[in-house]
Design a protein around this ligand. Structure first.
Ligand SMILES: NC(=O)c1ccc[n+]([C@@H]2O[C@H](COP(=O)([O-])OP(=O)(O)OC[C@H]3O[C@@H](n4cnc5c(N)ncnc54)[C@H](O)[C@@H]3O)[C@@H](O)[C@H]2O)c1
Ligand SMILES: CC(=O)N[C@@H]1[C@@H](OP(=O)(O)OP(=O)(O)OC[C@H]2O[C@@H](n3ccc(=O)[nH]c3=O)[C@H](O)[C@@H]2O)O[C@H](CO)[C@@H](O)[C@@H]1O
Length: 461
């Protein structure tokens, strides 16, 4: 084990036997810093703390750091996370700080879990990641290992991260390790996923980086650790998983548009088609939200000069579903003889996915915009969101009248759209709305209610 001047053990280039390295890592001798304490970073930091016994979480948001430092958890509805954060903060294995430079100077393993988003021009925005990389470089020591867990365009680790670490740390590239180990975690099951729902993918910029990273993740995960031939393949694995899903969802949405011409229920056809192993068509819906699936295609189309009609068309199909949903709603209202200028439409679920507090790219916002452009007033119900009634005019939810779950039956809606099926809507009395319901996510058991319930791609009465 290479002990450095600071008395901390390091893994990259360690020459003692593997058992000693594992013992050092799980014995708190290899300090870890996790950069980014959000929906993905906090669960990751908590598991790292639980395994390593010596982890500091870094975040630029002081309220996040204060919350975690108090042993509390700001990430909602993540099973087990609240207690794990409380436990690891209480026993000292997890600390939180905004002082990224101090954290970097103390750590021998640096794990990047910060957002990677898009510019207005729909090109990868690595500014946050590279800012965190600069913080790491300021405290980088020989023998350290840098792990990129954020989803990034393939080649980012080798072409952006390593050169910046070298330039800003003054260390030669052979002095430290770097590996792409993409997060394959789903909100709502993060701890289980980090601990091994799926194999962990590890791609090093060199063999020693891969070895050190694989040793760490073999301690973190109880599933297989798959070492790819290099960091770029590991990055590509993650992006390919995401673009597969976006294209597949676009296929489902396209097939939903055929439903009326076929006079068939597309969901029934998809479900039966998926009964054989060569078919896994996903579900149609009002759109694709979050900062993963709708973003990852641009990590290819916006990063490489390759002729690509497929991913771009899939994005267009998925982004077009919000307007398609509104046209469906207009037809439903017409079929029910509702033709008033001052329509009130109730949107249930505004965040991008059930039980997740994230508005990024949520289809609910374009659905609301199209409805308001058509002259309707829009009422939104979302138990995952704090009351936004007093939000400023430029707030993304401005223009959407807020309604509490308990008051939703009294909203006097002319129609209801279930955009995101949070748990709170599972037991709704759909007939009590006394209005037609468009079930955007196929979450309602239509046979269990007298209410007129419609599906995207469903059969018309
Ligand atoms: N959310 C998912 O389902 C998911 C799944 C897999 C991978 N990912 C990847 O993980 C990334 C992070 O996702 P998330 O859901 O945790 O995002 P998030 O928005 O919930 O959290 C990001 C956190 O990073 C902090 N942060 C921003 N800049 C920072 C900096 N320079 N240094 C330290 N902290 C900083 C923010 O304050 C915030 O607390 C995503 O961009 C995506 O690439 C997300
Ligand atoms: C590790 C990681 O990165 N995990 C990602 C994470 O992605 P995510 O959290 O962004 O969630 P998704 O489930 O992909 O939903 C995104 C949007 O697409 C809509 N949607 C979904 C399915 C469908 O058939 N039709 C749809 O319209 C949905 O409503 C929502 O708006 O979990 C997925 C597994 O859940 C993973 O595959 C995916 O890699």
């Amino acid at each position: 084990m290479s002990e450095q001047a600071t008395g901390r053990a390091a893994l990259y280039g360690a020459t003692d036997d593997e058992a000693a390295q594992r013992a050092a890592f799980t014995g708190g001798e290899v300090p870890v810093a996790v950069y980014g304490l959000g929906k993905m970073g906090l669960p990751l930091a908590a598991v790292y703390a639980d395994v390593s016994g010596n982890t500091v979480g870094v975040d630029v948001d002081e309220s996040v750091v204060e919350t975690v430092s108090a042993g509390e958890c700001h990430v909602k509805r993540e099973p087990g996370l609240r207690s794990l954060v409380a436990q690891t903060v209480a026993d000292g294995s997890l600390r939180a700080t905004t002082d990224s430079r101090a954290a970097a100077a103390s750590a021998a393993v640096h794990v990047l879990m910060v957002p990677t988003l898009l510019t207005e021009a729909e090109e990868p925005d690595l500014s946050v990641l590279l800012s965190a990389v600069r913080d790491v470089a300021a405290g980088l020591s020989p023998g350290d290992l840098v792990v990129v867990e954020s989803t990034v365009p393939p080649r980012t680790t080798t072409d952006e991260v390593v050169p910046l670490l070298v330039a800003e740390s003054g260390l030669p590239p052979e002095a430290f390790g770097v590996a792409a180990c993409p997060e394959r975690t789903v909100s709502g099951e993060a701890l289980a996923d980090i601990r091994g729902t799926h194999p962990k993918v590890v791609g090093g910029v060199d063999d020693e980086s891969a070895r050190a990273a694989a040793l760490i993740y073999d301690e973190i995960s109880d599933n297989e650790v798959i070492e790819t031939s290099d960091a770029t393949v590991a990055e590509a694995v993650k992006v390919f998983e995401g673009v597969y899903r976006d294209v597949n969802i676009a296929l489902a949405n396209q097939l939903a548009k055929y439903a009326e011409a076929l006079d068939a229920d597309v969901t029934e056809a998809i479900d039966v088609a998926n009964t054989q192993p060569f078919c896994d068509i996903h579900d149609p819906g009002p759109g694709v939200g979050g900062h993963c699936i709708p973003v990852y295609p641009y990590f290819l189309t916006g990063a490489f000069d390759v002729d690509d009609p497929l991913l771009t068309t899939a994005r267009e199909v998925n982004d077009g579903m919000a307007e398609y949903t509104v046209t469906l709603l207009e037809r439903i209202l017409s079929a029910h003889g509702v033709d008033r200028p001052d329509l009130r439409i109730l949107l249930l679920g505004l965040t991008y996915k059930a039980n997740i507090e994230e508005l990024r790219n949520t289809p609910a916002l374009p659905v609301a915009r199209f409805l308001r452009e058509a002259g309707a007033s829009v009422v939104g119900v979302d138990p995952m969101l704090d009351d936004w009634s007093d939000a400023p005019p430029d707030h993304e939810l401005a223009g959407i009248e807020r309604c509490a779950v308990d008051d939703m039956y009294d909203a006097a809606a002319d129609a209801v759209v279930l955009v995101t099926p949070h748990d709170e809507f599972a037991g709704a009395d759909w007939a009590a709305f006394d209005a037609p319901v468009l079930d955007g996510r196929g979450a309602i058991d239509a046979a269990s209610t007298e209410a007129p319930v419609y599906l995207i791609g469903g059969r018309w009465p």
